[in-house]
Design a binder for this molecule. Structure first.
Ligand SMILES: C[S@@+](CC[C@H](N)C(=O)[O-])C[C@H]1O[C@@H](n2cnc3c(N)ncnc32)[C@H](O)[C@@H]1O
Length: 233
């Protein structure tokens, strides 16, 4: 996907409902998974009860694992995705068996800081270690984070320690990261994968419309196909 295509994908989404945008995104994931080896093993590292996103992914794969740290979501997760193998773990600290790999890995992580972690910054390198030789990663790039008010006394979704969050973003992206573009993201993750000995074969995304009045769209949901080893080109 060229930077122009990405920008256009965002603009085309402008008139769509949230469900329409999700449908587009799921089609994008499915298209990329079509090239992967079967049987296809899928993993969601942040499953909650699976009702927002993970349940749709489970229908695309042959075997599904769902990891979730919070015990309160596990019974509903097991009910919502009965075919999945569910583990209650800290997905970033969890060490799978050697050789246990997944063709499709999704990171539907909280935004902001949660515990010791921030966005997908620690989770993505962990995911890369257990991705199959050729695999697809789904992750979200927060292009324009907003300074939310906590929605509850215990905000599950970490969007409260704003200054620390914005510092972690600047350290991860190596620049002021209050506002990023899809073009920057494509270049940044391509280079990151290359540094880790991987080749990014494709990078697609849908820019989801912001539900925050007056705030620019912020969530760029990415589907990246990745292969182990340097590019043959
Ligand atoms: C945005 S929700 C996921 C939504 C879910 N994928 C769905 O389709 O409904 C993020 C989830 O990540 C979980 N979480 C936070 N830290 C985690 C960690 N270190 N390991 C595993 N799960 C974690 C939270 O408890 C929360 O349920």
């Amino acid at each position: 996907m060229t930077p122009n295509d990405i920008a256009t994908a965002g603009q085309q989404d402008a008139g769509k409902t949230a469900q329409g945008q999700l449908d587009d995104f799921l089609r994008m994931v499915q298209a990329r998974c079509a090239d992967l080896e079967r049987p296809l093993r899928g993993l969601e590292m942040f499953a909650r009860d699976g009702s927002w996103f993970t349940g749709h992914i489970a229908r695309m794969v042959d075997e599904m694992e769902c990891w979730e740290i919070n015990a309160k979501y596990i019974p509903d997760l097991e009910r919502n995705i009965p075919t999945a193998k569910v583990r209650q773990v800290d997905s970033i600290a969890h060490e799978p068996e050697p050789g246990d790999t997944f063709g499709l890995i999704c990171l539907d992580n909280p935004q902001g800081i949660y515990g010791d972690y921030c966005e997908h910054f620690e989770a993505l390198p962990r995911a890369l270690r257990i991705l199959a030789k050729t695999g697809v990663l789904v992750f979200y790039v927060n292009l324009n984070p907003y300074r939310a008010k906590p929605s509850a006394p215990n905000d599950d979704y970490g969007m409260v320690e704003h200054d620390a969050w914005f510092e972690r973003r600047a350290a991860f992206y190596g620049r002021d990261a209050e506002s990023l573009t899809p073009e920057f993201a494509e270049q940044f993750y391509g280079q990151m994968f290359q540094r880790l000995g991987l080749t990014m074969k494709s990078f697609d995304g849908v820019l989801f419309r912001s539900t925050v009045p007056g705030h620019p769209d912020y969530m760029f949901r990415v589907v990246a196909a990745v292969e182990r080893g340097p590019s043959a080109a």
